[in-house]
Design a protein around this ligand. Sequence first.
Ligand code: ADP
Length: 231
Amino acid sequence: MITFDHVSKTYPGGNHALDDLSLHIEQGEFVFVLGRSGAGKSTFLKMILREEVPTEGTVVVAGHDVAQLKKKEVPYFRRQMGVVFQDFRLIPTMTAYDNVAFAMRVTNVPEKTIRERVPYVLSLVGLENKQQSYPDEMSGGEQQRVALARALVHTPQLIIADEPTGNIDPELSYEIMELLTAINSVGITVVVVTHEHELVRRFRKRVITIEKGHVFSDTPAGQEYAGGVEA
Ligand code: ADP
């Protein structure tokens, strides 16, 4: 699903964000990408989303070499993935229903399909009773679940979560992680970027640690993550 082959990224100005990073994530895997601030995690995600391209090496996502994609192909490429951010990125003037529906409306999905799909994805994340609530009427955990529902509307093969529990208290964080686990159990690849060691220890998934732009350690699922770099 995701292959980084000797990828380096140097930003204009000379910052080396990634340095000869290689890794492979299979379809259907659940992977934590762990690293302290400045390690290169955001740059790693931006490559997957094709917001940045490598300076050296190749990045292949869902069969596409991202650097080879034409500009007009990028929106279709991105639609294969759902993205969840630390700050939720909901539209404050829209209800939960409309926040999710909006993601479909911008891609010209027929209104009839939207009326069926939106309640369904909101029920998947346990928000069937909050469809008409606005973001400021919901807890952080609920807002993140709306964001997760929005990420699921296009039936993605891949969910990318960038510090998804960064703005949520610990108990609700575990609920979000349980939901991501449930999403993964139907075959969707899940990549969670985080600096939270506790979260990573608790879930016993594969943990790829990035340090100074390259893979510092790669612990398989089921093994206890032993720590390493302090995030
Ligand atoms: P993380 O997400 O792990 O905090 P980043 O990928 O944001 O790491 O950053 C890795 C390195 O690249 C840092 O040294 C950062 O300052 C630098 N960097 C990130 N984005 C840019 C940019 N747009 N321009 C220049 N340097 C950048």
